[in-house]
Design a binder for this molecule. Structure first.
Ligand code: FES
Length: 104
């Protein structure tokens, strides 16, 4: 699977998140208790920029209407059937990469 660079490890301290824009894709990169998680960065409600919102107690909080998503499972707290896509993460030499599906 292709690897895509989304962040440097030193810019994502524990308890924080950031938005990563790679081409036309937008991701939210979270550091929850020292573990890096990368999820889709667009809210499934009305396309809010999740990486621009708050991150608290392992939850990504949409800045538009406050929907909250668990960064480990990707689940929306009020309806776990609504989930953000998660990406496999690899850390290499202080850089955070995600595995994406092969381009056609
Ligand atoms: S757009 Fe995210 S909660 Fe509405």
């Amino acid at each position: 699977m292709p690897l895509v660079e989304v962040a440097r490890l030193d810019e994502i301290k524990p308890g924080t998140s950031l938005e990563a824009i790679v081409g036309i894709e937008i991701y939210v990169v979270c550091n929850h208790e020292g573990e890096i998680h990368v999820l889709d960065g667009i809210c499934p409600h009305r396309n809010g920029p999740l990486g621009a919102g708050n991150f608290a107690d392992g939850r990504v909080i949409c800045p538009y209407h406050g929907w909250e998503f668990d960064c480990v499972t990707g689940e929306y707290d009020l309806n776990p059937q609504v989930k953000l896509k998660k990406y496999p993460v690899e850390i290499r030499a202080g850089v955070v990469f995600i595995q994406i599906e092969a381009l056609a």
